[in-house]
Design a protein around this ligand. Structure first.
Ligand code: F6R
Length: 614
Protein backbone atom coordinates (compact mmCIF):
# COMPACT_ATOMS: atom_id res chain seq x y z
CA UNK A 1 0.00 0.00 0.00
CA UNK A 2 1.66 3.39 -0.56
CA UNK A 3 5.19 3.75 -1.89
CA UNK A 4 7.68 5.94 -0.13
CA UNK A 5 11.15 7.17 -1.00
CA UNK A 6 13.73 9.42 0.59
CA UNK A 7 16.98 10.58 -1.00
CA UNK A 8 20.17 12.22 0.26
CA UNK A 9 22.99 12.73 -2.22
CA UNK A 10 24.43 14.84 -5.01
CA UNK A 11 21.75 14.21 -7.67
CA UNK A 12 18.72 16.47 -8.01
CA UNK A 13 16.57 14.99 -5.25
CA UNK A 14 13.35 16.07 -6.96
CA UNK A 15 14.16 13.96 -10.05
CA UNK A 16 15.36 10.94 -8.08
CA UNK A 17 12.22 11.02 -5.95
CA UNK A 18 9.82 11.35 -8.88
CA UNK A 19 11.61 8.53 -10.78
CA UNK A 20 11.36 6.35 -7.67
CA UNK A 21 7.67 7.14 -7.26
CA UNK A 22 7.08 6.19 -10.88
CA UNK A 23 8.56 2.76 -10.23
CA UNK A 24 6.50 2.32 -7.09
CA UNK A 25 3.25 3.69 -8.45
CA UNK A 26 1.88 0.14 -8.50
CA UNK A 27 1.80 0.33 -4.70
CA UNK A 28 -0.88 3.02 -4.72
CA UNK A 29 -2.01 5.74 -7.05
CA UNK A 30 -4.63 7.81 -5.26
CA UNK A 31 -2.28 10.77 -4.82
CA UNK A 32 1.40 11.61 -4.94
CA UNK A 33 3.68 14.23 -3.48
CA UNK A 34 7.20 15.24 -2.58
CA UNK A 35 9.05 17.61 -0.30
CA UNK A 36 12.54 19.07 -0.52
CA UNK A 37 14.56 21.32 1.75
CA UNK A 38 15.67 24.60 0.20
CA UNK A 39 17.54 27.25 2.20
CA UNK A 40 16.05 26.14 5.49
CA UNK A 41 12.50 25.84 4.16
CA UNK A 42 10.38 22.83 3.33
CA UNK A 43 8.86 23.05 -0.14
CA UNK A 44 6.06 20.65 -0.99
CA UNK A 45 4.17 19.70 -4.14
CA UNK A 46 1.35 17.19 -3.90
CA UNK A 47 -1.67 16.26 -5.95
CA UNK A 48 -4.60 13.89 -5.86
CA UNK A 49 -4.55 11.26 -8.60
CA UNK A 50 -1.70 9.59 -10.38
CA UNK A 51 1.91 10.71 -10.51
CA UNK A 52 1.22 12.36 -13.86
CA UNK A 53 -0.81 14.99 -11.95
CA UNK A 54 2.13 15.63 -9.65
CA UNK A 55 4.41 15.96 -12.65
CA UNK A 56 2.08 18.55 -14.17
CA UNK A 57 2.12 20.45 -10.89
CA UNK A 58 5.92 20.35 -10.90
CA UNK A 59 6.02 21.56 -14.49
CA UNK A 60 3.75 24.47 -13.62
CA UNK A 61 5.59 25.30 -10.42
CA UNK A 62 9.04 23.68 -10.43
CA UNK A 63 10.97 22.82 -7.30
CA UNK A 64 14.63 23.83 -7.03
CA UNK A 65 17.52 21.37 -7.30
CA UNK A 66 18.26 20.14 -3.79
CA UNK A 67 20.22 17.23 -2.40
CA UNK A 68 17.53 15.93 -0.11
CA UNK A 69 13.92 15.00 -0.76
CA UNK A 70 11.12 12.64 0.22
CA UNK A 71 8.17 11.44 -1.84
CA UNK A 72 5.04 9.34 -1.51
CA UNK A 73 2.49 7.65 -3.70
CA UNK A 74 -0.69 6.89 -1.78
CA UNK A 75 -3.32 4.20 -1.50
CA UNK A 76 -5.88 6.00 0.64
CA UNK A 77 -7.01 4.59 3.98
CA UNK A 78 -7.87 7.49 6.32
CA UNK A 79 -9.14 10.50 4.43
CA UNK A 80 -10.32 10.73 0.84
CA UNK A 81 -7.74 10.99 -1.95
CA UNK A 82 -7.31 14.77 -2.19
CA UNK A 83 -4.50 17.28 -2.49
CA UNK A 84 -4.71 18.08 1.20
CA UNK A 85 -4.64 14.45 2.33
CA UNK A 86 -1.74 13.63 0.01
CA UNK A 87 1.68 13.17 1.62
CA UNK A 88 4.11 14.66 2.63
CA UNK A 89 2.50 16.22 5.66
CA UNK A 90 4.19 19.20 7.25
CA UNK A 91 3.83 19.84 10.96
CA UNK A 92 2.01 23.06 11.85
CA UNK A 93 5.24 24.54 13.25
CA UNK A 94 7.01 23.85 9.94
CA UNK A 95 9.70 21.74 11.62
CA UNK A 96 8.96 18.42 9.95
CA UNK A 97 7.85 17.02 6.60
CA UNK A 98 6.82 13.39 6.88
CA UNK A 99 5.56 10.52 4.70
CA UNK A 100 3.93 7.35 5.92
CA UNK A 101 2.91 3.91 4.71
CA UNK A 102 0.52 1.90 6.89
CA UNK A 103 -2.20 2.67 9.40
CA UNK A 104 -1.70 4.36 12.75
CA UNK A 105 -4.43 2.68 14.72
CA UNK A 106 -4.37 5.00 17.73
CA UNK A 107 -4.30 8.17 15.67
CA UNK A 108 -7.63 9.46 17.03
CA UNK A 109 -6.39 9.43 20.63
CA UNK A 110 -3.10 11.03 19.61
CA UNK A 111 -4.89 13.68 17.63
CA UNK A 112 -7.06 14.60 20.61
CA UNK A 113 -3.94 14.77 22.76
CA UNK A 114 -2.20 17.06 20.27
CA UNK A 115 -5.25 19.26 19.74
CA UNK A 116 -5.31 19.80 23.50
CA UNK A 117 -1.82 21.29 23.01
CA UNK A 118 -3.27 23.71 20.42
CA UNK A 119 -1.98 21.83 17.42
CA UNK A 120 -4.18 22.60 14.41
CA UNK A 121 -4.64 19.79 11.92
CA UNK A 122 -5.09 20.45 8.23
CA UNK A 123 -5.91 16.97 6.91
CA UNK A 124 -8.09 13.99 7.84
CA UNK A 125 -5.19 11.53 7.75
CA UNK A 126 -3.79 9.35 10.50
CA UNK A 127 -0.35 10.33 9.16
CA UNK A 128 -0.61 13.96 10.20
CA UNK A 129 -0.65 12.94 13.87
CA UNK A 130 2.87 11.51 13.44
CA UNK A 131 4.03 14.64 11.58
CA UNK A 132 2.59 16.97 14.24
CA UNK A 133 3.91 14.89 17.11
CA UNK A 134 7.39 14.75 15.61
CA UNK A 135 7.26 18.49 14.88
CA UNK A 136 6.53 19.22 18.56
CA UNK A 137 9.32 16.92 19.78
CA UNK A 138 11.90 18.47 17.47
CA UNK A 139 10.79 21.98 18.41
CA UNK A 140 11.43 21.06 22.05
CA UNK A 141 15.07 20.49 21.09
CA UNK A 142 14.99 16.71 20.88
CA UNK A 143 17.42 15.24 18.36
CA UNK A 144 15.62 14.18 15.18
CA UNK A 145 16.35 10.45 15.55
CA UNK A 146 15.51 10.50 19.27
CA UNK A 147 12.28 12.30 18.43
CA UNK A 148 11.44 9.69 15.79
CA UNK A 149 12.03 6.90 18.31
CA UNK A 150 9.85 8.67 20.87
CA UNK A 151 7.04 9.01 18.32
CA UNK A 152 7.35 5.37 17.25
CA UNK A 153 7.03 4.23 20.84
CA UNK A 154 3.67 5.99 21.00
CA UNK A 155 2.27 4.72 17.72
CA UNK A 156 0.21 1.57 17.34
CA UNK A 157 -0.43 -0.25 14.07
CA UNK A 158 1.63 -0.46 10.94
CA UNK A 159 3.93 2.27 9.78
CA UNK A 160 6.94 3.17 7.78
CA UNK A 161 7.80 6.81 8.37
CA UNK A 162 10.37 9.05 6.71
CA UNK A 163 10.96 12.57 7.98
CA UNK A 164 13.11 15.55 7.16
CA UNK A 165 13.81 18.69 9.17
CA UNK A 166 14.48 21.94 7.27
CA UNK A 167 17.18 22.93 9.75
CA UNK A 168 19.12 19.73 8.93
CA UNK A 169 19.39 19.48 5.15
CA UNK A 170 21.99 16.67 5.37
CA UNK A 171 19.88 14.21 7.28
CA UNK A 172 16.78 12.11 6.98
CA UNK A 173 15.32 9.72 9.49
CA UNK A 174 13.07 6.74 8.85
CA UNK A 175 11.38 4.03 10.92
CA UNK A 176 9.42 0.88 10.38
CA UNK A 177 6.97 -1.43 12.10
CA UNK A 178 4.92 -4.02 10.19
CA UNK A 179 5.50 -2.17 6.95
CA UNK A 180 8.47 -2.40 4.57
CA UNK A 181 11.58 -0.21 4.39
CA UNK A 182 14.88 -0.82 2.62
CA UNK A 183 17.92 1.41 2.52
CA UNK A 184 19.90 1.82 -0.70
CA UNK A 185 23.58 2.65 -0.34
CA UNK A 186 25.25 4.23 -3.37
CA UNK A 187 28.51 6.16 -3.87
CA UNK A 188 28.07 9.09 -1.51
CA UNK A 189 24.31 8.85 -1.72
CA UNK A 190 21.57 7.12 0.23
CA UNK A 191 18.01 6.08 -0.43
CA UNK A 192 15.23 4.83 1.81
CA UNK A 193 12.24 3.26 0.10
CA UNK A 194 9.40 0.79 0.38
CA UNK A 195 10.89 -1.29 -2.36
CA UNK A 196 14.29 -1.66 -4.05
CA UNK A 197 12.73 -0.87 -7.43
CA UNK A 198 12.68 2.79 -6.29
CA UNK A 199 16.48 3.02 -6.41
CA UNK A 200 17.64 0.08 -8.53
CA UNK A 201 18.61 2.56 -11.24
CA UNK A 202 21.30 3.98 -8.93
CA UNK A 203 22.49 1.18 -6.68
CA UNK A 204 22.02 -2.51 -6.01
CA UNK A 205 23.51 -2.42 -2.53
CA UNK A 206 20.74 -2.45 0.00
CA UNK A 207 20.13 -2.92 3.69
CA UNK A 208 17.04 -4.59 4.94
CA UNK A 209 15.63 -3.09 8.11
CA UNK A 210 14.14 -5.29 10.80
CA UNK A 211 10.95 -4.86 12.73
CA UNK A 212 10.78 -1.80 15.02
CA UNK A 213 13.94 -0.12 13.76
CA UNK A 214 14.91 3.47 13.10
CA UNK A 215 17.50 4.48 10.52
CA UNK A 216 19.33 7.77 10.75
CA UNK A 217 20.81 8.73 7.37
CA UNK A 218 23.50 11.41 7.11
CA UNK A 219 26.20 12.09 4.52
CA UNK A 220 28.56 9.93 6.63
CA UNK A 221 26.42 6.82 6.49
CA UNK A 222 23.50 5.10 8.15
CA UNK A 223 22.94 4.24 11.80
CA UNK A 224 20.24 1.76 12.72
CA UNK A 225 18.76 1.38 16.18
CA UNK A 226 15.69 -0.12 17.74
CA UNK A 227 12.91 2.11 19.06
CA UNK A 228 14.75 2.37 22.39
CA UNK A 229 17.92 3.64 20.72
CA UNK A 230 19.95 0.43 21.09
CA UNK A 231 22.15 -0.45 18.08
CA UNK A 232 20.29 -2.93 15.87
CA UNK A 233 21.41 -5.71 13.59
CA UNK A 234 20.78 -5.16 9.89
CA UNK A 235 21.03 -7.37 6.83
CA UNK A 236 22.93 -5.94 3.87
CA UNK A 237 22.11 -7.60 0.54
CA UNK A 238 22.70 -7.14 -3.17
CA UNK A 239 19.68 -6.84 -5.45
CA UNK A 240 20.08 -9.62 -7.98
CA UNK A 241 17.89 -8.24 -10.76
CA UNK A 242 18.58 -5.15 -12.79
CA UNK A 243 16.67 -2.13 -13.99
CA UNK A 244 15.37 -3.80 -17.14
CA UNK A 245 13.37 -6.23 -14.97
CA UNK A 246 11.50 -3.26 -13.53
CA UNK A 247 10.77 -1.72 -16.94
CA UNK A 248 8.22 -2.56 -19.61
CA UNK A 249 10.73 -3.56 -22.29
CA UNK A 250 8.50 -2.50 -25.18
CA UNK A 251 5.28 -4.00 -23.81
CA UNK A 252 2.24 -1.76 -23.35
CA UNK A 253 1.65 -3.09 -19.84
CA UNK A 254 3.74 -4.65 -17.13
CA UNK A 255 1.04 -7.28 -16.84
CA UNK A 256 1.47 -8.34 -20.44
CA UNK A 257 5.24 -8.44 -20.05
CA UNK A 258 4.86 -10.52 -16.91
CA UNK A 259 2.52 -12.97 -18.64
CA UNK A 260 5.21 -13.52 -21.26
CA UNK A 261 7.92 -13.90 -18.63
CA UNK A 262 6.21 -16.94 -17.14
CA UNK A 263 8.28 -19.69 -18.77
CA UNK A 264 11.45 -18.15 -17.36
CA UNK A 265 9.85 -17.36 -14.00
CA UNK A 266 8.79 -20.98 -13.52
CA UNK A 267 12.15 -22.32 -14.79
CA UNK A 268 14.03 -20.01 -12.40
CA UNK A 269 11.84 -21.13 -9.52
CA UNK A 270 12.61 -24.79 -10.19
CA UNK A 271 16.30 -24.23 -10.90
CA UNK A 272 18.72 -25.97 -8.55
CA UNK A 273 15.96 -27.49 -6.47
CA UNK A 274 16.20 -31.05 -7.71
CA UNK A 275 19.02 -33.40 -8.59
CA UNK A 276 19.47 -34.83 -12.11
CA UNK A 277 17.77 -38.04 -10.95
CA UNK A 278 14.70 -36.08 -9.84
CA UNK A 279 15.17 -36.01 -6.06
CA UNK A 280 14.09 -32.81 -4.34
CA UNK A 281 16.80 -30.61 -2.89
CA UNK A 282 15.39 -27.74 -0.82
CA UNK A 283 18.51 -26.61 1.02
CA UNK A 284 16.78 -23.50 2.29
CA UNK A 285 14.22 -25.47 4.29
CA UNK A 286 15.98 -25.41 7.61
CA UNK A 287 13.36 -27.51 9.37
CA UNK A 288 14.78 -30.87 10.53
CA UNK A 289 13.32 -33.83 8.65
CA UNK A 290 12.33 -35.41 11.96
CA UNK A 291 10.10 -32.47 12.68
CA UNK A 292 8.55 -32.64 9.22
CA UNK A 293 7.78 -36.32 9.78
CA UNK A 294 5.70 -35.40 12.81
CA UNK A 295 3.48 -33.07 10.77
CA UNK A 296 -0.11 -34.30 10.82
CA UNK A 297 -1.85 -31.32 9.21
CA UNK A 298 -0.91 -28.67 6.70
CA UNK A 299 -2.70 -25.31 6.53
CA UNK A 300 -2.01 -23.07 3.59
CA UNK A 301 -2.81 -19.43 4.34
CA UNK A 302 -2.85 -16.65 1.75
CA UNK A 303 -4.93 -13.95 0.07
CA UNK A 304 -6.27 -13.37 -3.44
CA UNK A 305 -4.37 -15.07 -6.22
CA UNK A 306 -1.94 -16.54 -3.72
CA UNK A 307 -4.92 -18.19 -2.02
CA UNK A 308 -5.98 -19.69 -5.34
CA UNK A 309 -2.43 -20.96 -5.86
CA UNK A 310 -2.84 -22.61 -2.46
CA UNK A 311 -6.13 -24.19 -3.56
CA UNK A 312 -4.35 -25.71 -6.55
CA UNK A 313 -1.55 -26.94 -4.30
CA UNK A 314 -3.93 -28.66 -1.90
CA UNK A 315 -4.86 -31.26 -4.50
CA UNK A 316 -1.22 -32.08 -5.19
CA UNK A 317 0.01 -31.96 -1.60
CA UNK A 318 -2.70 -34.27 -0.27
CA UNK A 319 -2.25 -36.63 -3.20
CA UNK A 320 1.51 -36.87 -2.74
CA UNK A 321 1.85 -36.68 1.05
CA UNK A 322 -1.43 -38.15 2.34
CA UNK A 323 -1.38 -35.38 4.97
CA UNK A 324 -4.61 -33.39 5.29
CA UNK A 325 -4.17 -29.96 3.79
CA UNK A 326 -6.56 -27.07 4.44
CA UNK A 327 -6.41 -23.79 2.55
CA UNK A 328 -7.59 -20.61 4.21
CA UNK A 329 -8.02 -16.99 3.34
CA UNK A 330 -5.63 -15.23 5.72
CA UNK A 331 -8.10 -12.59 6.89
CA UNK A 332 -10.55 -15.34 7.94
CA UNK A 333 -7.98 -17.70 9.42
CA UNK A 334 -6.62 -15.34 12.03
CA UNK A 335 -9.96 -14.46 13.56
CA UNK A 336 -11.69 -17.81 13.84
CA UNK A 337 -9.53 -19.53 16.44
CA UNK A 338 -8.16 -22.19 14.07
CA UNK A 339 -6.93 -25.50 15.43
CA UNK A 340 -3.15 -25.33 15.29
CA UNK A 341 -0.75 -27.51 17.22
CA UNK A 342 2.98 -28.15 17.30
CA UNK A 343 2.46 -30.77 14.62
CA UNK A 344 0.69 -28.40 12.22
CA UNK A 345 2.68 -27.07 9.31
CA UNK A 346 1.49 -23.66 8.19
CA UNK A 347 2.47 -22.68 4.67
CA UNK A 348 1.95 -19.05 3.74
CA UNK A 349 2.03 -17.83 0.18
CA UNK A 350 2.73 -14.21 -0.66
CA UNK A 351 4.25 -12.58 -3.70
CA UNK A 352 5.03 -9.32 -1.91
CA UNK A 353 5.86 -10.81 1.46
CA UNK A 354 4.10 -7.81 2.98
CA UNK A 355 0.41 -8.71 3.02
CA UNK A 356 -0.79 -7.74 6.48
CA UNK A 357 -3.45 -10.43 6.78
CA UNK A 358 -0.96 -13.15 5.91
CA UNK A 359 1.60 -11.71 8.27
CA UNK A 360 -0.89 -11.68 11.15
CA UNK A 361 -1.75 -15.30 10.36
CA UNK A 362 1.93 -16.23 10.63
CA UNK A 363 2.27 -14.53 13.97
CA UNK A 364 -0.80 -16.30 15.25
CA UNK A 365 0.43 -19.69 14.00
CA UNK A 366 3.84 -19.24 15.57
CA UNK A 367 2.29 -18.26 18.88
CA UNK A 368 0.62 -21.67 18.78
CA UNK A 369 4.08 -23.23 18.15
CA UNK A 370 3.31 -24.34 14.62
CA UNK A 371 6.14 -24.36 12.07
CA UNK A 372 5.68 -21.82 9.31
CA UNK A 373 7.10 -22.06 5.82
CA UNK A 374 6.69 -19.00 3.59
CA UNK A 375 6.52 -19.12 -0.17
CA UNK A 376 7.50 -15.64 -1.24
CA UNK A 377 8.84 -13.64 -4.17
CA UNK A 378 10.41 -10.75 -2.30
CA UNK A 379 13.78 -11.26 -0.77
CA UNK A 380 13.96 -10.21 2.85
CA UNK A 381 10.34 -9.09 3.13
CA UNK A 382 8.61 -9.28 6.50
CA UNK A 383 6.72 -12.52 5.84
CA UNK A 384 9.79 -14.64 5.05
CA UNK A 385 11.69 -12.97 7.88
CA UNK A 386 9.04 -13.95 10.40
CA UNK A 387 8.71 -17.53 9.16
CA UNK A 388 10.73 -20.59 10.16
CA UNK A 389 11.79 -21.21 6.58
CA UNK A 390 11.20 -19.76 3.14
CA UNK A 391 11.01 -21.09 -0.38
CA UNK A 392 11.56 -18.15 -2.68
CA UNK A 393 9.85 -17.99 -6.03
CA UNK A 394 12.18 -16.45 -8.58
CA UNK A 395 9.63 -14.57 -10.65
CA UNK A 396 11.58 -11.29 -10.57
CA UNK A 397 9.71 -8.10 -9.73
CA UNK A 398 5.97 -8.30 -10.36
CA UNK A 399 4.74 -4.78 -10.99
CA UNK A 400 1.38 -5.19 -12.71
CA UNK A 401 -1.18 -5.08 -9.93
CA UNK A 402 -2.90 -8.25 -11.17
CA UNK A 403 -0.71 -11.22 -10.30
CA UNK A 404 0.37 -13.47 -13.19
CA UNK A 405 3.88 -14.85 -12.92
CA UNK A 406 3.50 -14.54 -9.16
CA UNK A 407 0.62 -17.02 -9.25
CA UNK A 408 2.34 -19.48 -11.57
CA UNK A 409 5.56 -19.54 -9.58
CA UNK A 410 3.61 -19.94 -6.35
CA UNK A 411 2.01 -23.09 -7.75
CA UNK A 412 5.43 -24.33 -8.86
CA UNK A 413 6.97 -23.64 -5.44
CA UNK A 414 4.08 -25.35 -3.65
CA UNK A 415 4.64 -28.37 -5.85
CA UNK A 416 8.32 -28.42 -4.93
CA UNK A 417 7.31 -28.35 -1.29
CA UNK A 418 4.69 -31.09 -1.77
CA UNK A 419 7.16 -33.37 -3.53
CA UNK A 420 9.81 -32.66 -0.93
CA UNK A 421 7.41 -33.57 1.88
CA UNK A 422 6.47 -36.77 0.05
CA UNK A 423 10.17 -37.59 -0.18
CA UNK A 424 10.75 -36.96 3.53
CA UNK A 425 7.58 -38.76 4.63
CA UNK A 426 8.17 -41.64 2.25
CA UNK A 427 4.64 -41.46 0.88
CA UNK A 428 5.85 -41.77 -2.71
CA UNK A 429 8.61 -43.91 -4.15
CA UNK A 430 11.67 -42.10 -5.38
CA UNK A 431 10.94 -42.94 -9.01
CA UNK A 432 7.39 -41.61 -8.70
CA UNK A 433 8.69 -38.33 -7.28
CA UNK A 434 11.33 -38.15 -10.00
CA UNK A 435 8.70 -38.69 -12.70
CA UNK A 436 6.57 -35.80 -11.44
CA UNK A 437 9.60 -33.60 -10.90
CA UNK A 438 10.82 -34.20 -14.43
CA UNK A 439 7.39 -33.43 -15.82
CA UNK A 440 7.24 -30.25 -13.74
CA UNK A 441 10.70 -29.26 -14.97
CA UNK A 442 9.47 -29.73 -18.54
CA UNK A 443 6.58 -27.26 -18.18
CA UNK A 444 8.38 -23.96 -19.07
CA UNK A 445 8.63 -24.79 -22.81
CA UNK A 446 4.98 -25.88 -22.72
CA UNK A 447 3.97 -22.56 -21.14
CA UNK A 448 5.87 -20.95 -24.00
CA UNK A 449 3.85 -23.05 -26.43
CA UNK A 450 0.65 -21.68 -24.89
CA UNK A 451 2.01 -18.14 -25.18
CA UNK A 452 2.76 -18.74 -28.84
CA UNK A 453 -0.87 -19.56 -29.61
CA UNK A 454 -2.73 -16.76 -27.81
CA UNK A 455 -3.98 -14.97 -30.92
CA UNK A 456 -7.54 -16.42 -30.69
CA UNK A 457 -7.85 -14.90 -27.22
CA UNK A 458 -7.23 -11.47 -28.73
CA UNK A 459 -10.01 -12.04 -31.21
CA UNK A 460 -12.27 -13.37 -28.45
CA UNK A 461 -11.71 -10.25 -26.36
CA UNK A 462 -12.84 -8.12 -29.31
CA UNK A 463 -15.96 -10.25 -29.61
CA UNK A 464 -16.79 -10.11 -25.90
CA UNK A 465 -15.89 -6.51 -25.22
CA UNK A 466 -19.48 -5.51 -24.39
CA UNK A 467 -20.30 -8.47 -22.16
CA UNK A 468 -21.60 -7.73 -18.67
CA UNK A 469 -20.93 -11.10 -17.11
CA UNK A 470 -18.64 -14.08 -17.69
CA UNK A 471 -18.53 -17.46 -15.97
CA UNK A 472 -15.66 -19.91 -15.52
CA UNK A 473 -16.05 -23.61 -14.79
CA UNK A 474 -13.49 -26.16 -13.72
CA UNK A 475 -13.15 -29.27 -11.62
CA UNK A 476 -10.38 -30.52 -9.34
CA UNK A 477 -7.35 -28.27 -10.00
CA UNK A 478 -9.34 -26.68 -12.80
CA UNK A 479 -11.65 -25.14 -10.20
CA UNK A 480 -9.08 -22.77 -8.66
CA UNK A 481 -7.97 -21.95 -12.20
CA UNK A 482 -11.58 -20.91 -12.88
CA UNK A 483 -11.54 -18.73 -9.75
CA UNK A 484 -8.25 -17.13 -10.74
CA UNK A 485 -9.45 -16.53 -14.31
CA UNK A 486 -12.55 -14.79 -12.94
CA UNK A 487 -10.48 -12.71 -10.50
CA UNK A 488 -8.32 -11.40 -13.35
CA UNK A 489 -11.43 -10.17 -15.18
CA UNK A 490 -12.88 -8.53 -12.09
CA UNK A 491 -9.63 -6.82 -11.20
CA UNK A 492 -8.61 -5.28 -14.46
CA UNK A 493 -11.67 -5.38 -16.77
CA UNK A 494 -14.19 -4.50 -13.99
CA UNK A 495 -16.42 -7.23 -15.27
CA UNK A 496 -18.73 -9.41 -13.25
CA UNK A 497 -17.04 -12.79 -13.38
CA UNK A 498 -17.55 -15.93 -11.30
CA UNK A 499 -15.69 -19.19 -11.08
CA UNK A 500 -17.58 -22.35 -10.11
CA UNK A 501 -16.77 -26.02 -9.64
CA UNK A 502 -18.44 -27.47 -12.75
CA UNK A 503 -20.09 -30.21 -10.71
CA UNK A 504 -21.76 -27.65 -8.48
CA UNK A 505 -23.44 -25.97 -11.41
CA UNK A 506 -26.71 -27.81 -11.12
CA UNK A 507 -26.99 -26.84 -7.47
CA UNK A 508 -27.71 -23.23 -8.26
CA UNK A 509 -25.36 -21.33 -10.54
CA UNK A 510 -26.86 -22.81 -13.69
CA UNK A 511 -29.74 -20.38 -13.16
CA UNK A 512 -27.32 -17.64 -14.26
CA UNK A 513 -26.95 -19.22 -17.68
CA UNK A 514 -28.81 -17.29 -20.34
CA UNK A 515 -28.61 -16.88 -24.08
CA UNK A 516 -25.13 -15.79 -25.15
CA UNK A 517 -23.43 -15.72 -21.76
CA UNK A 518 -19.74 -16.54 -22.24
CA UNK A 519 -18.60 -19.52 -20.18
CA UNK A 520 -14.97 -20.61 -20.06
CA UNK A 521 -14.55 -24.29 -19.26
CA UNK A 522 -11.27 -25.88 -18.26
CA UNK A 523 -11.40 -29.52 -19.35
CA UNK A 524 -9.22 -32.07 -17.52
CA UNK A 525 -6.90 -34.25 -19.59
CA UNK A 526 -8.75 -36.83 -21.66
CA UNK A 527 -8.55 -40.54 -20.97
CA UNK A 528 -6.20 -40.20 -17.99
CA UNK A 529 -8.62 -38.25 -15.86
CA UNK A 530 -11.95 -39.60 -14.60
CA UNK A 531 -13.45 -36.12 -14.53
CA UNK A 532 -12.95 -35.43 -18.20
CA UNK A 533 -16.27 -36.90 -19.32
CA UNK A 534 -18.17 -35.22 -16.51
CA UNK A 535 -16.85 -31.81 -17.53
CA UNK A 536 -17.75 -32.51 -21.15
CA UNK A 537 -21.31 -33.18 -19.95
CA UNK A 538 -21.26 -29.87 -18.05
CA UNK A 539 -20.31 -28.07 -21.26
CA UNK A 540 -23.27 -29.66 -23.01
CA UNK A 541 -25.57 -28.61 -20.19
CA UNK A 542 -24.68 -24.94 -20.38
CA UNK A 543 -24.59 -24.93 -24.16
CA UNK A 544 -28.08 -26.40 -24.27
CA UNK A 545 -29.17 -23.32 -22.33
CA UNK A 546 -27.65 -20.88 -24.77
CA UNK A 547 -24.16 -20.32 -23.32
CA UNK A 548 -21.31 -19.29 -25.59
CA UNK A 549 -18.65 -21.83 -24.63
CA UNK A 550 -14.92 -21.18 -24.64
CA UNK A 551 -13.34 -24.54 -24.03
CA UNK A 552 -9.77 -25.07 -22.88
CA UNK A 553 -8.93 -28.67 -23.65
CA UNK A 554 -5.80 -30.58 -24.41
CA UNK A 555 -4.45 -31.27 -27.86
CA UNK A 556 -6.14 -34.29 -29.48
CA UNK A 557 -9.20 -34.07 -27.25
CA UNK A 558 -11.74 -34.24 -30.07
CA UNK A 559 -14.62 -35.17 -27.78
CA UNK A 560 -15.11 -31.52 -26.84
CA UNK A 561 -15.17 -30.25 -30.43
CA UNK A 562 -18.93 -30.35 -31.01
CA UNK A 563 -19.69 -28.36 -27.86
CA UNK A 564 -17.09 -25.61 -28.11
CA UNK A 565 -17.88 -22.28 -29.71
CA UNK A 566 -14.24 -21.43 -29.23
CA UNK A 567 -11.61 -24.06 -28.60
CA UNK A 568 -8.24 -23.32 -27.04
CA UNK A 569 -5.75 -26.18 -27.15
CA UNK A 570 -3.48 -26.91 -24.20
CA UNK A 571 -0.35 -29.07 -24.47
CA UNK A 572 -0.74 -32.53 -22.94
CA UNK A 573 0.34 -32.78 -19.30
CA UNK A 574 -0.96 -34.68 -16.32
CA UNK A 575 -3.91 -33.27 -14.43
CA UNK A 576 -1.96 -31.71 -11.55
CA UNK A 577 0.25 -29.73 -13.91
CA UNK A 578 -2.54 -28.45 -16.14
CA UNK A 579 -3.11 -25.24 -14.08
CA UNK A 580 0.36 -24.05 -15.05
CA UNK A 581 -0.83 -23.97 -18.66
CA UNK A 582 -4.56 -23.34 -18.41
CA UNK A 583 -4.35 -20.05 -16.51
CA UNK A 584 -2.18 -18.40 -19.17
CA UNK A 585 -4.88 -17.80 -21.84
CA UNK A 586 -7.24 -16.55 -19.11
CA UNK A 587 -4.67 -13.99 -17.91
CA UNK A 588 -4.08 -12.88 -21.47
CA UNK A 589 -7.79 -12.64 -22.22
CA UNK A 590 -8.33 -10.38 -19.20
CA UNK A 591 -5.39 -8.18 -20.20
CA UNK A 592 -6.70 -7.91 -23.76
CA UNK A 593 -10.25 -7.14 -22.70
CA UNK A 594 -9.19 -4.45 -20.22
CA UNK A 595 -6.95 -2.90 -22.88
CA UNK A 596 -9.82 -2.81 -25.37
CA UNK A 597 -12.04 -1.16 -22.80
CA UNK A 598 -9.40 1.52 -22.35
CA UNK A 599 -8.64 0.70 -18.72
CA UNK A 600 -5.30 1.06 -17.01
CA UNK A 601 -4.31 -2.60 -16.82
CA UNK A 602 -1.36 -2.09 -14.50
CA UNK A 603 -3.15 0.21 -12.09
CA UNK A 604 -6.76 -0.89 -11.82
CA UNK A 605 -9.11 1.27 -9.83
CA UNK A 606 -9.25 0.92 -6.03
CA UNK A 607 -6.45 -1.64 -5.91
CA UNK A 608 -2.84 -1.60 -4.81
CA UNK A 609 -0.22 -4.22 -5.35
CA UNK A 610 0.56 -5.06 -1.79
CA UNK A 611 -2.01 -4.80 0.93
CA UNK A 612 -0.08 -3.83 4.02
CA UNK A 613 -3.12 -2.99 6.11
CA UNK A 614 -5.65 -5.43 7.51
C1 F6R B 1 -4.60 -10.65 -7.63
C2 F6R B 1 -3.67 -10.10 -6.68
C3 F6R B 1 -4.02 -10.15 -5.25
C4 F6R B 1 -2.85 -10.75 -4.46
C5 F6R B 1 -3.14 -10.74 -2.97
C6 F6R B 1 -2.01 -11.35 -2.18
O1 F6R B 1 -4.17 -10.50 -8.93
O2 F6R B 1 -2.63 -9.62 -7.04
O3 F6R B 1 -5.18 -10.87 -5.04
O4 F6R B 1 -2.64 -12.05 -4.92
O5 F6R B 1 -3.33 -9.42 -2.55
O6 F6R B 1 -0.82 -10.65 -2.36
P1 F6R B 1 0.54 -11.27 -1.95
O7 F6R B 1 0.80 -12.47 -2.79
O8 F6R B 1 1.55 -10.19 -2.20
O9 F6R B 1 0.45 -11.64 -0.50
Amino acid sequence: MCGIIGYLGPRPARDVVVAGLRRMEYRGYDSAGLAVIDHGRILVRKRAGKIANLESALAAEPLPDTEIGIGHTRWATHGVPSDVNAHPHVSGNGRIALIHNGIIENFAALRTELEAQDVVFSSQTDTETAAQYLGLEVARGTDLADAMRAVCRRLEGAFTLVAIDPTQPDRLVAARRNSPLVVGVGEGEFFVASDVSAFIEFTRSAIELGQDQVVDVTRDGVTVTDFQGQPAETHPFEVTWDLSAAEKAGYDWFMRKEIFEQPKAVADTLLGRFTPDGALKLDELHIPEDELRRIDKIIIVACGSAYYAGLVAKYAIEHWTRVACEVEIASEFRYRDPIITRTTLVVTISQSGETADTLMAIRHAREQHAKVIAICNTNGATIPRESDAVIYTYAGPEIGVASTKGFLTQVAACYLLGLYLAQVLGTKFGDEIAAVMHELAATPPLIQKVLDRLEPMRELARRLVDQRSVLFLGRHVGYPVALEGALKLKEIAYLHAEGFPAGELKHGPIALVEEGIPIFVIVPPQGRDQLHDKVVSNIQEVRARGAYTIVLAEEDDTEVDPYADILFRLPRVSTLLQPLLAIVPLQFFACELATLKGYDVDQPRNLAKSVTVE
